[in-house]
Design a protein around this ligand. Structure first.
Ligand SMILES: [Ca+2]
Ligand SMILES: [Ca+2]
Ligand SMILES: [Ca+2]
Length: 231
C-alpha cells in the first residue's frame, strides 16, 4: 500500500495473451509505450472527448459506405472489400482474427461501434515505427488522428508499459486527474469494471476501445438522431 516502489505495484508476471491477435496488440502497444505518450495527462484526453466523439460519429458515413447491402452490419465479405478499398494489407487470417475479436455479440456482423474498434486496432497493428506520424495508413487522416489520440490515452494509462491497464494503473490515472477528491478511488474502480468486461483483472486496448464507444454513447442508440445538431 504505502511505498510507491513497493512490489505490490508490479504487474503480474507472465500474463499470457489469450489469442494471437491479443499478443500482437500487446506487442504493438508496448512498442508505442516505449516511444512515450503523445498525451501528458488524462485531463488532456477529457478535453478532447467531444472532438473524438465527433470524429467517430463522422465515421458513420464510412460504415454505411462499406455496408454494401445496408443491413446495418458489415459482414466478412464486406470487410474484405473495405480492407481492399482502404489499401490495408492483411492476410485472410488477420481479417478473420480481427473480425472474430471485434464481433463481440457474435452475430457475424460488425455493428458500427465494433467496426470503429476494428479500424482502430488495424491502425495500431499496422503501425510501422518508421512511417507513423508521417503518413496515414488508411487514407482517413481525421479518423487516424483520433485513433492516435486513443492509443496515446492507453499508453498514458499503462504506466508500466506492459500493454495492459491494471486496476492500480487506473486508480493512479484517476487520482492524477481529480486531485484531492475522496471519491476518486471509487470512480476509478467503477471505470475499471466497465472496461474489464471479461473480468480477468486486466484491460486490453480492445476492451478500452469498447468501453470508450460506450461512454460516448455509440453502442446501442445508433437509431438516434445522427447529425441534427442544434448548436
Ligand atoms: Ca452488410
Ligand atoms: Ca500495465
Ligand atoms: Ca480484461
Amino acid at each position: 500500500m504505502g511505498g510507491v516502489l513497493g512490489k505490490d505495484d508490479s504487474p503480474k508476471k507472465g500474463w499470457i495473451p489469450e489469442t494471437k491477435l491479443e499478443a500482437k496488440m500487446v506487442e504493438a502497444m508496448q512498442r508505442r509505450a516505449a516511444e512515450g505518450s503523445s498525451m501528458r495527462s488524462f485531463n488532456q484526453l477529457i478535453l478532447k472527448f467531444s472532438k473524438i466523439d465527433e470524429s467517430l460519429r463522422n465515421c458513420k458515413t464510412i460504415f454505411e459506405q462499406f455496408d454494401e447491402d445496408s443491413n446495418g452490419a458489415i459482414d466478412h465479405e464486406e470487410l474484405k472489400h473495405c480492407f481492399h478499398k482502404l489499401e490495408i494489407n492483411s492476410t485472410e487470417e488477420e481479417i478473420s482474427d480481427l473480425f472474430e475479436a471485434c464481433d463481440i455479440n457474435e452475430n457475424m456482423g460488425m455493428k458500427f461501434n465494433e467496426f470503429i474498434v476494428l479500424l482502430c486496432l488495424v491502425h495500431l497493428l499496422k503501425d510501422d515505427p518508421t512511417v507513423h506520424h508521417a503518413k496515414t495508413k488508411m487514407g482517413l487522416p481525421n479518423l487516424e488522428a483520433t485513433f492516435e489520440t486513443l492509443v496515446g490515452a492507453f499508453v498514458l494509462l499503462d504506466k508500466n508499459k506492459d500493454g495492459y491497464v491494471s486496476k492500480s494503473e487506473m486508480v493512479q490515472a484517476i487520482n492524477e486527474t481529480t486531485s484531492g477528491e475522496r471519491s476518486s478511488g471509487r470512480i476509478a474502480m467503477k471505470r475499471f469494471e466497465e472496461m474489464d468486461w471479461d473480468k480477468n483483472g486486466m484491460v486490453t486496448f480492445k476492451e478500452f476501445l469498447f468501453a470508450f464507444t460506450k461512454w460516448i454513447g455509440m453502442d446501442d442508440n445508433e437509431e438516434e438522431e445522427l447529425g441534427d445538431e442544434n448548436v
